[in-house]
Design a binder for this molecule. Structure first.
Ligand code: MN
Length: 214
């Protein structure tokens, strides 16, 4: 999901591959701008700041940092875990948005969704229930285990599926900063709008990459 040249210290908050108004009317321009230029920027800056005095850790990739954060001494490990997770989760979220988007996936991913959840409508219902169940801040995810089986999970704050040995396919950011300006406290309305801007081709690509390691 990340370009190799921006997968190590010094991390750069690359511009989005689309304008801030690209997801209108589903996700508003101001939310997209603040979400990328303030929130993701802050995670990026704070990750760089945490790594500043640690040349060995600076050689680690973003995913390696996330996996090792829990074993590092505190508060360093906590700072790296929160901020590397924030960078990873946001990059993942922004990368799988497209307008016009939505609809349904096809190919292997659709087959796997049908097999795991009974059908696409049932899958969407389960994902929405998961998204609404997040208390406070976090994400709902479609993930695959090492055998290619799909599951829906939630993560709190900036935790990632990577530390649970799960492979992300799709995520929806349900922090209030992701929707409050347009949808106020109506997370379900935001979820319904987000369904219209999912880039299923990117999700299919994420799923097919996991397949290589099966
Ligand atoms: Mn966010």
């Amino acid at each position: 999901m990340n370009t190799p040249q921006n997968d190590h210290y010094i991390f750069v908050n690359e511009p989005l591959p689309y304008p801030f108004d690209a997801m209108e009317p589903f996700i508003d321009i101001k939310t997209m701008e603040l979400h990328h230029d303030r929130h993701l920027q802050a995670y990026t800056d704070n990750l760089n700041a945490a790594l500043k005095g640690y040349p060995t850790l600076q050689k680690a990739s973003l995913e390696q940092l996330i996996r090792m954060a829990g074993r590092l001494p505190k508060p360093l490990g906590t700072q790296i875990g929160h901020n590397a997770g924030g960078v990873y989760n946001h990059r993942f979220f922004f990368a799988e948005l497209k307008n016009p988007g939505g609809g349904q996936p096809s190919g292997e991913l659709m087959t796997a969704i049908t097999s795991a959840f009974g059908g696409f409508t049932d899958f969407v219902g389960e994902l929405e229930a998961a998204a609404l169940s997040v208390f406070g801040s976090g994400y709902a995810w479609l993930v695959s285990d090492g055998n290619g089986r799909l599951r829906i999970i939630t993560t709190a704050n900036q935790d990632t599926p990577l530390t649970k040995r799960l492979h992300p396919i799709l995520n929806v950011d349900v922090w209030e900063h992701a929707y409050y300006l347009k949808h106020y406290n109506k997370r379900a309305d935001y979820f319904d709008d987000w369904l219209s801007v999912i880039d299923w081709e990117k999700a299919e690509l994420a799923y097919s990459h996991i397949g290589k390691f099966r």
